[in-house]
Design a protein around this ligand. Structure first.
Ligand code: S3P
Length: 172
C-alpha cells in the first residue's frame, strides 16, 4: 500500500513527529536526509561545506528515488525536496503527500538552538526569522501545490501532529 510522505519547511517536525507516527502506526520510518548522508558517507553540514548545495541536491534525488520504491512507510523528506519537480512526481506515484504547515515564527522557535541546517547557518534571532520568512515565501506555494493533505501544525505539539499523521496512514 501507499507511503505517507512528509514535506514542509525545516523545523516543522517531519523527522520527530514522523518517527513518532511510524511507532504509533507500526510501520517503517525512512528519512531521505539520512539516506543522502549514508550515500555520501558524511553529515549534511559536511556535504554542503565540502561539495555545496548542488551536489547535496543530487544526493537528495538519489535518496528520494530509493525511498519512493518502498511501500507502507512513513517517509520524512528534506525541506528543499519540493524544489525538484522530478522528486515530487516520483514520490507522488505511490504516496499520500502530507504538508506539515507552520508559521515562520513557530518554525523559528523550533529551530532556535539548531546548528545542523547549513541554509540557516550563523543566523539567530531576528535575522534567522527574516531568512525563514524569505524562504517560506519562495517555497510556500510549492509545498501547497505538492500536497495531497495539509496539516497546520502551528499550534500542535509534535505528539499531536504524530497522532494525526498516524491517523492518515491508517486511512490511506
Ligand atoms: C534543507 C532542509 C534540510 C536538509 C538540508 C536542506 C532545505 O532538511 O535537507 O539542510 O533546503 O530546506 P530538514 O527539512 O529535515 O531540516
Amino acid at each position: 500500500m501507499k507511503n505517507i510522505v512528509l514535506i514542509g519547511f525545516m523545523g516543522c517536525g517531519k523527522s520527530f513527529a514522523g518517527a513518532l507516527a511510524a511507532e504509533l502506526a507500526g510501520c517503517q520510518f525512512i528519512e531521505t536526509d539520512a539516506l543522502a548522508e549514508d550515500v555520501a558517507g558524511m553529515s549534511i553540514p559536511c556535504i554542503f561545506e565540502k561539495f555545496g548545495e548542488i551536489f547535496f541536491r543530487e544526493m537528495e534525488r538519489a535518496a528520494v528515488g530509493a525511498a519512493a520504491a518502498e511501500t507502507d512507510c512513513i517517509i520524512a523528506t528534506g525541506g528543499g525536496v519540493v524544489k525538484s519537480a522530478e522528486s515530487i512526481s516520483l514520490l507522488r506515484k505511490n504516496s499520500v503527500i502530507v504538508y506539515l504547515k507552520a508559521t515562520a515564527e513557530r518554525l523559528c522557535e523550533n529551530l532556535m538552538d539548531d546548528d545542523s541546517r547549513p541554509l540557516l547557518d550563523g543566523l539567530s534571532g531576528a535575522d534567522k526569522l527574516a531568512r525563514i520568512k524569505e524562504m517560506l515565501d519562495e517555497r510556500g506555494g510549492l509545498y501547497e501545490a505538492s500536497a495531497d493533505v495539509i496539516i497546520d501544525v502551528t499550534d500542535l505539539t509534535f505528539e499531536e501532529a504524530a497522532a494525526e499523521i498516524a491517523r492518515i496512514y491508517g486511512e490511506r
